[in-house]
Write a new protein. Structure first.
Length: 680
């Protein structure tokens, strides 16, 4: 049997790969080859130490990262030798555990995972029933508070007795009511939301310690990637999974902890050695991504944070330009000179997919999109509308969900009259009232009415029931793609699209989306083979997170400039990075300055952005920026002012090298061209 050769790793990477037993903390700085290190560590365990793959659990944060790890391990030791290993995200692991043991806490194993749209529908319904001085409440604020409570391990039964509840705050009073209503509905529908996956997993482990011990005994060696991004629930999961041993290896970088707004707790990595006595700490400080002049600036910026693990990123590569800071006249000028530079890159025939435009806030995007569109430079915005959020795709997913989980009332409501069956809102309300009176699910009510000779809607209801029942048989006896194709034909969905849109072009585009959906099931079958079940496919769709956009998920990078927030850029790398708006009140953000004054995480965000660049780093700030309709004076970020010896500042005139008259003419032409493009 072939062994895995570790000779290609540097000394620190090799030490990390060979340290297997007991607690290990790998501090992996930006661009230090941590994925390579983790991959070789797994390969070494299986091929060299003969540790059974089924004993190994490796957890990452995104589906993309888990897939990359899976592919690298396969390439290193082969598909057959790694069979049985668990490489997943926290949420995928949580679902796997709940599918096996959720019955211990009162749910059925065929539960549905509700997305944000489903969540809002229930909260809207709960708010309608909540009455307090006829006050109106924002459902997104309520949903956000419920998510915050779940991520802090607080159930609807506990909320009122915690520090998170203020009886004088009308929103807390409304949330307390809606939270109860919301959880009751989820339980009745046999559904969970995204936050429930980890919340219920921790609840299961707390209420059933023997279940926790079962999984701890199953996974004898545990690795957690991006450990600095773990929250309280993930911390409790890890602690439960190591209840029978301390063979845990966590990999992370406290300098890249930028997700506090999602609940990430940096103290999890800072205090790891206190929780796990005898921890072996290994630092990966050699950077293989960024050239040295960029690293000098990034290192100098991050070292101003006092609460951090001491490390300094190093490289032997000092070839490349010094980082630049362009001072611009205003946001329009900022966009103009950045896009002018991108056009030069395009003229040189370079791959635009290796150019990134990074910003702190989405409010900064419009001028850049306008300029890119006018210059006909192809671009993509990471984090825009996702393919699976399109109406037609959500319709089909709702059908699949009802076939999989008949209790899924929200999905059933969506499709009961799609395509049109003459079942309007009044009929639906009547069905729901009947269900409430008889304590039956909506589908049970419909089945009963479909057989009632006195029911006016019996025929369309019967036809609908036939579709669901046939669909269930199809997905049990056909491949996923064949069954989905049969369902689309059964409901006449292409004809429905044709009738729904006046424009043939729009209808054609919508049909193409449906065909792309069919192709996605093909890819799923090819990748997962016998595990390509309807239930697993639905889980995969609902676990795609913000960083797993469609292109990246399939490993395709198009020849387009990549636009994204600094948060979304984490884990990526580009030859050239434009960091725009590196100024006070954008980076660090004014909300952070106003609320706490602690800008440590903002500094880490700046560090993350800088270390995305491999060869060129160009930063910008605007001397004036229009905020709430007023032109206000702006200043460079404190993060740069403190370290001006590591970059070159170039003062770009308000509109490049134009005179005042030329600048006015430029502005007039710019807006005329913009209006013309919008008309086109």
């Amino acid at each position: 049997m072939n062994i895995v050769d570790l000779a290609g790793l540097n000394p620190e990477q090799r030490q990390a790969a060979e340290t297997i037993n007991g607690p290990v903390l790998i501090l992996a700085g930006a661009g230090s080859g941590k994925t390579r290190t983790i991959t070789y560590r797994i390969g070494h365990m299986i091929a060299n130490l003969r540790i059974p793959p089924k004993d190994i659990l490796a957890v990452s944060f995104t589906n993309k990262a888990a897939l990359e790890m899976n592919e690298r391990v396969t390439k290193l030791i082969g598909r057959k030798r790694k069979r049985g290993i668990s490489l997943s995200t926290f949420h995928s692991l949580g679902i796997k555990i709940l599918r096996e043991d959720i019955h211990h806490i009162g749910y059925s194993k065929d539960f549905t995972i509700y997305d944000q749209g489903d969540q809002m529908a229930i909260i809207r319904e709960g708010l309608k029933q909540f009455k307090m001085d006829k006050a109106s409440f924002d459902k997104k604020t309520i949903a956000s508070k419920i998510g915050l409570l779940k991520n802090n391990g607080i159930s609807h039964l506990e909320f009122k007795d915690t520090e998170f509840y203020d009886p004088e705050n009308p929103y807390d009073v409304a949330t307390e009511y809606v939270y109860h209503f919301y959880q009751d509905k989820l339980h009745f529908y046999n559904a969970v939301d995204f936050d429930d996956i980890l919340f219920l997993c921790v609840k299961l482990f707390e209420e059933q310690p023997e279940v926790a011990k079962k999984y701890s005994a199953r996974y004898k060696y545990i690795m957690i990637d991006e450990y600095q991004d773990t929250n309280g629930l993930q911390f409790e999961m890890v602690r439960a999974l190591t209840s029978t041993h301390h063979n845990i290896c966590v990999v992370g970088d406290d300098d890249q902890s930028i997700y506090a707004f999602r609940g990430a707790d940096i103290t999890n990595i800072l205090n790891f050695e206190k929780l796990y006595q005898g921890t072996k700490v290994i630092k990966l400080e050699y950077n293989y991504r960024s050239q040295g002049k960029i690293l000098k600036l990034a290192n100098s910026v991050i070292k101003d944070n006092k609460v951090r693990k001491d490390k300094t990123m190093k490289t032997k590569n000092f070839e490349g330009p010094v980082p630049i800071l362009w001072s611009c006249g205003n946001s329009d000028h900022e966009a103009q000179i950045v896009v002018d530079e991108i056009i030069e890159i395009q003229k040189q025939g370079k791959f635009l997919g290796d150019v990134a435009l990074l910003y702190r806030s989405n409010t900064q995007i419009p001028p850049f999109e306008d300029q890119l569109r006018l210059a006909q430079v192809p671009y993509t915005v990471i984090g825009g509308q996702k393919f699976y959020e399109k109406k037609e795709i959500k319709d089909l997913i709702a059908y699949l969900s009802v076939i999989h989980n008949p209790k899924d009332e929200l999905s059933l409501r969506r499709i009961l009259n799609i395509p049109q069956r003459g079942i309007g809102t009044q009929s639906l309300k009547r069905f729901l009232d009947l269900g409430k009176e008889s304590n039956q699910t909506l589908l049970q009510v419909i089945r009963k009415l479909a057989q009632d000779p006195n029911e006016k809607k019996a025929k369309p209801l019967s036809e609908f029931i036939d579709i669901i029942d046939k669909g269930k048989l199809h997905f049990e006896n056909m491949t996923l793609t064949q069954a989905l194709n049969a369902l689309i034909e059964e409901i006449g969905y292409f004809e429905f699209i044709k009738k729904s849109y006046d424009s043939p072009k729009v209808a054609a585009r919508k049909k193409d989306d449906v065909r792309s959906f069919l192709l996605s099931t093909d890819r799923f079958v090819d990748r997962f083979h016998e595990e390509a079940t309807l239930g697993n496919y639905l889980e995969r769709l609902l676990l795609v997170d913000n960083q797993d956009n469609q292109n990246n998920e399939e490993g395709i990078q198009k020849n387009e400039v990549q636009l994204m927030t600094l948060h979304s850029s984490k884990g990526l790398e580009f030859d050239t990075c434009f960091m725009v708006g590196v100024e006070e009140e954008l980076l660090p953000h004014k909300n952070v300055i106003k609320e706490s004054g602690n800008v440590d995480e903002e500094r880490r965000l700046c560090y993350v952005g800088m270390t995305r660049a491999k060869r060129r780093l160009i930063m910008t700030f605007a001397k004036q920026r229009k905020i709430y309709g007023k032109d206000l004076v702006r200043h460079p970020s404190r993060f740069l002012i403190e370290h001006d010896q590591f970059y070159v500042e170039q003062d770009r005139n308000t509109f490049g090298h134009l005179s005042e008259e030329e600048a006015e003419a430029y502005k007039s032409n710019f807006f005329n061209d913009l209006l013309k493009s919008l008309d086109d």
